[in-house]
Write a protein that binds this ligand. Structure first.
Ligand SMILES: [Zn+2]
Length: 300
């Protein structure tokens, strides 16, 4: 078939000559292949051109995104450094609190445990990636430091709460107003010639003068005392402290009641072994009677 030929006859105007063209099928076939090839090549080129146009648009878009992200990361780092500033102020405050309350110091090494340099990714990285990387590292280490600092603040808070509780439960005020009529300790009685131990202090005042709790605690006794103290209130403050208030005319506090410093617990009277209305006030520390004057820091 390919060896066959097509014959074209060309008749010109002049009619003097008849032209004949012989075209082999082989040539037609070859031309067809070339045409098909050109057609496909054209499609491919067009597609690739369009693609490259799209790609260059994409690149433009990515570049602007990249610039935007770089800017964002810069901003982010700026904000991180502001937060770091605030964080450092918190640390300074914590150090001051530690100094005031004699709490153990924390070494700089321990504080900086959280700080690490940016990770080396081992590959060539772009500026934006580097920025992103640094921002991430900054935030991570700040987060670690913040967690550490939170723990330290909790420590300080717990110690101070403990101290606060101790202070609230330590007798520290005059339990009533009046005339200081007798002190604590051994006293020579010129009438009997005996040495007598006085287990508290006496504050004399009119019957009905209010008596206040010297610190926070729980009333563990509020009844008549047969030992001579008459109507007696005993408050357990915890931390080894107990206070006792004797010779009351009337009770205000009840057994088992929780009381706060300065709360009304009863009234001055002269019940029990007493020669006139006064409050007998005792402070007991770790089961030993101590001088109440050592536990009066303010005037009530
Ligand atoms: Zn007394």
């Amino acid at each position: 078939m390919l060896n066959k030929k097509l014959v074209f006859m060309l008749i010109t105007d002049s009619r003097d000559k008849l032209r004949q063209f012989h075209i082999s099928y082989r040539l037609i076939f070859a031309l067809a292949i070339i045409a098909a090839f050109l057609f496909i090549a054209n499609i491919l080129l067009t597609t690739s051109f369009v693609r490259s146009q799209v790609a260059s648009l994409e690149i433009k878009k990515l570049r602007s995104e990249n610039a935007f992200l770089s800017k964002k990361f810069e901003d982010l780092r700026g904000q991180v450094s502001k937060i770091t500033g605030i964080y450092n102020e918190l640390v300074e405050k914590e150090i001051v609190i530690r100094n005031i309350f004699n709490l153990p110091e924390i070494s700089l090494d321990e504080r900086q445990l959280g700080i690490g340099g940016p990770e080396n990714m081992g590959v060539e990285i772009s500026n934006t990636m580097q920025l992103a990387n640094t921002a991430e590292t900054d935030i991570e280490s700040l987060l670690r430091l913040a967690r550490f600092e939170k723990e330290k603040y909790e420590e300080v808070f717990n110690v101070l709460s403990e101290k606060r509780a101790l202070l609230d439960h330590t007798p520290s005020i005059w339990p009533t107003r009046g005339y200081f009529s007798r002190g604590f300790g051994v006293k020579f009685d010129p009438f009997t010639g005996n040495q007598q131990f006085h287990s508290g202090v006496d504050i004399a005042n009119r019957t009905g003068t209010p008596i206040y709790a010297a610190a926070d605690g729980t009333v563990k006794f509020a009844a008549f005392d047969n030992g001579g103290l008459g109507n007696l209130v005993e408050i357990d403050h915890g931390f080894g402290y107990v206070t006792r208030y004797g010779h009351m005319s009337k009770f205000k506090a009840l057994k088992g009641q929780a009381v706060k410093r300065g709360m009304l617990i009863g009234y001055v009277g002269s019940t029990g072994y007493s020669t006139g209305p006064h409050l007998h006030y005792e402070v007991i520390k770790n089961d030993r009677q101590v001088n109440p004057m050592d536990y009066i820091v303010s005037i009530k």
